[in-house]
Design a protein around this ligand. Sequence first.
Ligand SMILES: [Mg+2]
Length: 378
Amino acid sequence: MSEYASSDIRIVDVIAHPLSQTLPRPTVTSWGKYTEVSIVLVEVRTDAGIVGVGEALARFSPKAYAELIETSLKPRLVGQNPTDIAALWRSMRRALSGRAGGVLIEAISGVDIALWDILGKVAGLPIHRLLGGMGRSHVPVYAASVNWGTDEFMDSEIDRYLEKGFPRIKIKVANPVKDACRRIERLRKRAGEAIELCVDANWAYSLEEAVEVGRALTDNNYFWFEEPLRPEDEAGYEELHRRCATPLAAGESNYTLDQAMRLVSNRTLSYLQPDVARAGGISETRRMAEFAAAHDVQYAPHIGMSGIVCETASVHLAAAMPNLRAMECETDSSPFKTAITGAAPGADRQKDGLLPVPTGPGLGIEIDWDAVARLRCA
Ligand SMILES: [Mg+2]
């Protein structure tokens, strides 16, 4: 038991840290080449001395997110009990009377994760136990990703992951379709039949192109086809599901359960991939995963281009959700994964595709706030 009674604790400050850094190696998808990455870390302080940390996905203008958190959300939080997470989530959502949009939900995500970190520290339990717990000491992960490039480049990429012992690997696909189809076959031959392979198109295709790529995936025994179409084209996903035998995966572009509900409830998707730092934090991502479980859809946490806080929050969710398939494991670690805690990133700690689940209270990580200060945006 913790020495702190939750009824005695109050939030005294909320600080948003906008971080931006150059990636050690560019990420190349159908969108192009990413050379920089940004996030916002959220620090929630309490009068009990407990500090919670969260992460908001903030792919652009991280300082704008920080201002939103400190000017619009902080006044709704200071003086409140941080363990009243559902009430605080609703209060933050009511900062805007219209549809929430992405930036507000991403900002709330960062605060929500920090509140769960505090709740865990108050209770003296890791978050995965607060979520109910599935008794998992490790969660299955997949390597992300083989970047898009020439045949030889993609060969070298998959060899790297095979050498690291990953039994599941994701491959980026793009246009032209004939190149994608050829590489799908080529990489299957190179990996062998024992390795589980999937692809991510980052919305590269029209419906007809996706049907053609889907045939190559089915012929070569890939286990999912991720974001073939733009996320708003729900009717397109439904038609593709009827014409493509490979299971469909999506969800990293969704904000809240509302945006995932249609394609999960009619089982167009076989895998739902919310990002905890985008979808609404641990509270909302849990609802999404549980809604998916009720429809026999599997949960596969997205963490691409995130920091260690998003990765760790995702491990807790992955450990606690009954319908987990596998969690994304980003192999090119930015300083947000390597430099702000004592813990190594998941890609360096996984063994044979299994990542240990943290055992300490809350998220179970210690933040080096001096390092965070060094990574702040200029
Ligand atoms: Mg993706």
